[in-house]
Design a protein around this ligand. Structure first.
Ligand SMILES: [Zn+2]
Length: 127
């Protein structure tokens, strides 16, 4: 370990300790440290146990890709099936409020009550 890194760690620890003293939250600090130490001790134990076994087992985890193909928008299949269900449920309502079909796709349609302008998460409708 390089000396500068050790110094950095020490200043970090000092900072944490001085915050602990200033805020008088040593209980909290000890809890965090205890949790950290016990979890890391456990991790170390597992690591050493794995060392005794073959290294082959730990390799697939490294090649596991983190990049997901579906970014941002959720898959459309789910949405369309949801819309299909609500369309049959609320035909009366949608025909009254939306005769010009083009706008209705741009507005939020609630899957719970079928009203527009909000979605199922923000719905306040109860029956
Ligand atoms: Zn609603």
């Amino acid at each position: 370990m390089p000396a500068w890194y050790w110094k950095f760690l020490v200043t970090l620890a000092k900072k944490a300790l001085s915050l602990m003293i200033r805020l008088n939250c040593d209980d909290e600090f000890f809890d965090i440290m205890k949790e950290f130490i016990s979890s890391k001790t456990h991790e170390l134990k597992l690591l050493e146990e794995n060392k005794d076994a073959s290294n082959v087992e730990s390799q697939p985890a490294i090649t596991n890709p983190f990049v997901t193909k579906h970014r941002g928008r959720p898959p459309k299949r789910y949405k369309s099936s949801l819309e299909h269900v609500t369309n049959t449920q609320n035909n009366k309502h949608s025909s009254i409020t939306n005769n010009n079909g083009t706008q209705e796709k741009n507005r939020n349609k609630c899957a719970n009550c079928g009203n527009y302008g909000h979605n199922v998460r923000t719905c306040t409708y109860e029956d």
